[in-house]
Design a protein around this ligand. Structure first.
Ligand SMILES: *Cc1c(COP(=O)(O)O)cnc(C)c1O
Length: 376
């Protein structure tokens, strides 16, 4: 009987990998009976925007009502901020929903979707789950190889996914590189530009994506409230894209995809410039501290434009994550993302980063002790 049910699942879905989320902190604490910190999912360690929390408290009592399924106020506000039409804005259940909807609209058997190896796993899943053929291009120096990606794009390519800055490697490409890329791909190929970490990027030549969107209507820009705004748990994100695409995505989404609480929180968070500034500043300082301390320990962290640090630790990466876990520090192993020798550490609070660094130092000391023994 179970076998018969399994046969109902289309072949292309059976082969899909399962997305592996970071382990919940309560889980780890219960299992190991320790106090743990989670620096595994790139959340805002300072918490949600206080203004968003206040706004949420005020409307909790209206939870018997359906939310505004058209997300009018939020779309109007974002349209004003970005200087686009409110019909060019799509509000989603996190940017995750937009990643999937883009492929649902644009792909079908016979179409291909392109992204990079060593990038955000939901891109590949969206392409394959919607019947497209997945083409993966290798990373170059842990960054997107835009020239190679442009090479593999054909008239049959419905969508290209680019995360800038990239998760999990933390690298970013410049505005000039993106412009060259857009000039080199057909106007019929949608380029989905996921800017989840854009607030944290410090390089001065980052793309001005909304300006590029005015020239290139095959650009779909994704932003999220999950990172710098600290609202990951409320599930809300948005996209800026061409009207016909936005309309098609609206037809496919569920009618009340985003809760009223999430909408109100997002509106308030956009006004909370102080929280955004505080979050960026704390990240900048602590990212530099983590980077410096890791180098001093003899590690080779990759320079990061994000709120996390990617570091190759060698064949013992999975073991390292496990040892850190047992010391109450949850980091992200990347083997399931095709990077078996690397780990990803989110930039936490001052205390959290201190705890990670001292646990990491202990792991490295233990390793060094062992290799000394075998050398003797
Ligand atoms: C964290 C992250 C997001 C955010 O996803 P949500 O569904 O908005 O929480 C999007 N893209 C990338 C690459 C991310 O790392």
């Amino acid at each position: 009987m179970t076998h018969a049910i399994e046969n109902l699942i289309p072949e292309y879905l059976r082969g899909l990998p399962v997305y592996v989320p970071g382990r919940p902190i309560e889980d780890v604490e219960r299992e190991l009976n320790i106090h743990a910190i989670k620096v595994a999912s790139n959340e805002n360690p300072l918490g949600p925007s206080p203004m968003a929390m206040e706004a949420v408290k005020r409307i909790l009592g209206e939870s018997n009502r359906y939310p505004d399924g058209g997300t009018h106020r939020l779309r109007e506000k974002l349209a004003g901020i970005f200087g686009v039409d409110s019909d060019e804005i799509f509000i989603g259940l996190g940017s995750s929903e937009l990643i999937d909807l883009a492929s649902r609209v644009l792909l079908r058997p016979g179409k291909t979707g392109v992204t990079s190896e060593g990038s955000y796993a939901p891109f590949s899943i969206a392409i394959r789950a919607n019947g497209g053929e997945l083409e993966l291009v290798g990373l170059r120096d842990f960054a997107y190889d835009l020239e190679e990606i442009a090479q593999v794009v054909t008239q049959d390519t419905g969508v290209v996914y680019l995360a800038n800055p990239n998760n999990p490697t933390g690298t970013a490409f410049s505005g000039a590189e993106l412009e060259k890329f857009l000039a080199g791909v057909p106007a019929t190929t949608m380029v989905v530009l996921d800017e989840a970490y854009i607030h944290y990027a410090d390089r001065p030549d980052m793309p001005k994506s909304v300006d590029l969107f005015r020239k290139h209507k095959n650009l779909l820009i994704l932003r999220t409230f999950s990172k710098v705004y600290g609202l990951a748990g409320l599930r809300i994100g948005f996209g800026i894209g061409e009207k016909h695409l936005v309309t098609a995505m609206n037809k496919l989404r569920t009618p009340f995809n985003v809760s009223g609480i999430a909408q109100v929180a997002a509106l308030a968070a956009l006004d909370d410039g102080a929280h955004v500034a505080r979050s960026i500043e704390s990240n900048r300082t602590e990212r530099a501290r983590l980077f410096g301390a890791m180098k001093e320990m003899g590690m080779r962290p990759a320079p990061s434009e994000t709120n996390f640090i990617f570091v190759n630790v060698g064949p013992e990466a999975a073991k390292t994550c496990d040892e850190l876990l047992h010391m109450g520090v949850i980091v992200r192993p990347l083997g399931w993302m095709g990077l078996p020798e690397a780990i990803r550490v989110s930039v936490g609070t001052v205390e959290e980063n201190g705890k990670f660094l001292s646990a990491m130092a202990q792991v490295l000391e233990k390793r060094a002790g062992k290799s000394e023994l075998t050398a003797r």
